[in-house]
Design a binder for this molecule. Structure first.
Ligand SMILES: CC(=O)N[C@H]1[C@@H](OP(=O)(O)OP(=O)(O)OC[C@H]2O[C@@H](n3ccc(=O)[nH]c3=O)[C@H](O)[C@@H]2O)O[C@H](CO)[C@@H](O)[C@@H]1O[C@H](C)C(=O)N[C@@H](C)C(=O)N[C@H](CCC(=O)O)C(=O)O
Ligand SMILES: Nc1ncnc2c1ncn2[C@@H]1O[C@H](COP(=O)(O)OP(=O)(O)OP(=O)(O)O)[C@@H](O)[C@H]1O
Length: 553
């Protein structure tokens, strides 16, 4: 059942005080205390009548600079810091109550939770996924599995992530909610929880980016289950070092945030054993999962007996403690999708045993769905999406070194099955994001593909030619030091590169477009250029008389 939202500024101040935020409500009047707050917004353009406007200081601006907009849109009070108080008093004097705290982002989540009624066990049950790669895919798998469990009970599921925020069980039937972020700001997340409740959403799968953890976007949220996929190089522009990147992720796996943690420990015994370390440091209930059947890594749950099934794989999940075995499968290609599917399965299976959550489904029901209902036979937009089979033509989102290695490993056998064909790869790299990964990505490309075309991704504010040069530098060095015979080309714009890749392909070859996945436009210094790799690839295939699985325009 959905309750109305709202709390008075006085009560909210008391709740923040109890949580240790030392808030100061001004002016100190009865009317300020009685001001009713029915919603919250951090973006001034998103304020609605009766909202608490959360004015945070950022790298670009202080939200308090936009108080006029927030007032015009009907803000009833503001949560901000001392600098914000000065800015607001200068601009609008004492026209509305202000709650002052020292750390606005830390207080924003609990404040929004109080307004929207989020508690540790309120619906939807939250399944959070973090890690460098696999978050989107695993959350799609989670939504599919949860939907098969909840729909027969008349309940719906939700999804929060890079591709979409939606209430509903499938991409076709769900109702989309606009967002530019993988993990939105805390106030938006709590509003979303409320919106989900009003739409009968009993459980939601959510990507938790490391940015979101660092920027405290998950403050005030509690996860029934959190899953860890892996940690490899990315986002070092924000985090500086892998150690700090790890520390950000690790915050999710603490008792106060998450009740059950499911952690993939495949990296145990390697130089970068982040998952293994996390399993040792996480607090609360911790379940380990080993997904590489060839390794000696021991875990609570282990993946065994992986067999090819169509383009994907069938596999067994085995409990070390009880010996229980569950056979299931995924239709998505690549060993890494066995990991993603195994993680989704164990998260839901272990979540079913949570004594604090009124039972939504039984463990037996989860096992039945995993074994009989093929929950992981779904498409994830732009993730290993097959656009053609002769030549094999695939669009994928790999945009960091590890994802590239895993994806190229996954498509290589397909190239061989097609008759010892060539692997033709188109890649680029995003501007204004971790530059140090570019030469590594160039080197991986020429080592693992036969023909590499370096092109553009989203340059954002950077010079696209310089980004290509960074990739080329790594590629050329790997060719010369490794004595490789890889064909290397630089072609811009991207549509021309895709046409060239297909022009170079025979029906026995494999064409892989990496890095852009589901995205439908490129950002060149703020100006948007429409391009969808899936559509370009289908068009290029059709122009050459090859068949496609996607209708080309
Ligand atoms: C590094 C980062 O994540 N920064 C985010 C952060 O910026 P910030 O703290 O510096 O804040 P700011 O931009 O100065 O704004 C401060 C306040 O002024 C307001 N403002 C600011 C400017 C303006 O013109 N008008 C305005 O009202 C803002 O709404 C905000 O309330 O808070 C801002 C307000 O919410 C976000 O827009 C901004 O996201 C930037 C744009 C961004 O690109 N973030 C990406 C990298 C991100 O978070 N990505 C991850 C996924 C990463 C991945 O896995 O690939 C994600 O979860 O989406
Ligand atoms: N478990 C995994 N391990 C390594 N690589 C993976 C894994 N799962 C997916 N990938 C690769 O990473 C790419 C991105 O996958 P996905 O979108 O599921 O991850 P993500 O964590 O959501 O990424 P992002 O945060 O960048 O959106 C895929 O297209 C694939 O190439």
């Amino acid at each position: 059942m959905v309750t109305e939202t709202g709390i008075t500024a006085g009560d909210l101040t008391e709740q923040l005080r109890a949580a240790g935020h030392e808030p100061l409500l001004t002016p100190v009047t009865e009317s300020a205390h009685r001001t009713l707050l029915t919603g919250a917004a951090m973006n001034p353009q998103a304020v609605n009548t009766g909202d608490l406007f959360v004015a945070v200081k950022g790298a670009r601006a202080h939200g308090a600079q936009f108080i006029d907009t927030a007032l015009e849109r009907g803000a009833s009070a503001v949560l901000t810091d001392a600098e914000g108080v000065s800015l607001i008093r200068e601009s609008v004097d004492y026209r509305l109550p202000i709650i002052e705290v020292e750390h606005v982002r830390a207080a924003a989540g609990p404040a929004a939770a109080a307004i929207y009624g989020t508690t540790a066990t309120s619906e939807p049950a939250l399944y959070g996924v973090t890690g460098t790669n696999g978050k989107t895919t695993t959350t799609y798998f989670l939504r599919s599995l949860l939907s098969l469990l909840l729909e027969p009970k008349g309940k719906s599921t939700g999804l929060i992530g890079t591709i979409e925020i939606a209430a509903g069980s499938t991409p076709e039937t769900s109702e989309r909610i606009a967002s530019d972020m993988t993990t939105p700001e805390a106030v938006q997340l709590h509003a979303l929880m409320h919106q989900f409740r009003s739409k009968n959403v009993a459980a939601a799968a959510m990507e938790v980016s490391s940015h979101a953890i660092s920027y405290q976007r998950i403050s005030g949220l509690h996860y029934d289950v959190a899953g860890f996929t892996n940690l490899t190089q990315d986002h070092l522009d924000l985090h500086g070092t892998m150690e700090e990147y790890y520390a950000a992720k690790a915050e999710l796996f603490t008792r106060s945030r998450t009740r059950t943690s499911v952690i993939i420990v495949d990296d145990a015994g390697t130089d970068s054993s982040w998952g293994h370390r996390l399993a040792g440091e996480a607090t609360g209930r911790v379940i380990t999962l080993a997904t590489n059947p060839g390794s000696a890594v021991r875990a609570d749950w282990e993946v065994r007996d992986v067999q090819p099934e169509g383009l994907g794989s069938a596999f067994t999940l085995r409990s070390r403690r009880t010996g229980e075995e569950i056979r299931t499968s995924t239709a998505l290609p690549g060993d890494f999708n066995v990991s993603n599917a195994a993680l989704a399965a164990i998260m839901v299976l272990e979540g079913a045993a949570d004594p604090q959550r009124p039972q939504q489904f039984t463990r037996d029901e989860v096992v039945h769905v995993l074994q009989q209902r093929r929950p992981f036979h779904i498409n994830v937009p732009g993730r290993m999406q097959v656009i053609g089979t002769r030549p094999a033509a695939i669009v994928d989102f790999a945009h960091n070194p590890d994802a590239m290695i895993r994806t190229l490993e996954a498509v290589r056998p397909a190239a061989r099955e097609n008759g010892a064909g060539k692997l033709i790869l188109v890649i680029g790299a995003a501007g204004e994001r971790d530059r140090t990964k570019r030469p590594t990505m160039g080197a991986i490309a020429v080592r693992m593909a036969d023909h590499v075309i370096i092109s553009d991704d989203d340059p954002h504010g950077e010079d696209p030619a310089q980004i290509r040069a960074d990739l080329l530098e790594g590629a050329q060095e790997a060719i010369s030091t490794g004595g490789l015979s890889t064909t290397l080309q630089e072609i811009s714009p991207r549509a021309k590169a895709i046409t060239a890749a297909v022009a170079a392909a025979s029906e026995h070859d494999t064409v892989l477009l990496a890095g852009r996945g589901h995205e439908d436009h490129q950002d060149f210094a703020g100006s948007k250029h429409s391009i969808d790799d899936r559509i370009e690839l289908a068009r290029a295939l059709k122009d050459r008389g090859f068949e496609t699985l996607l209708e080309a325009p």
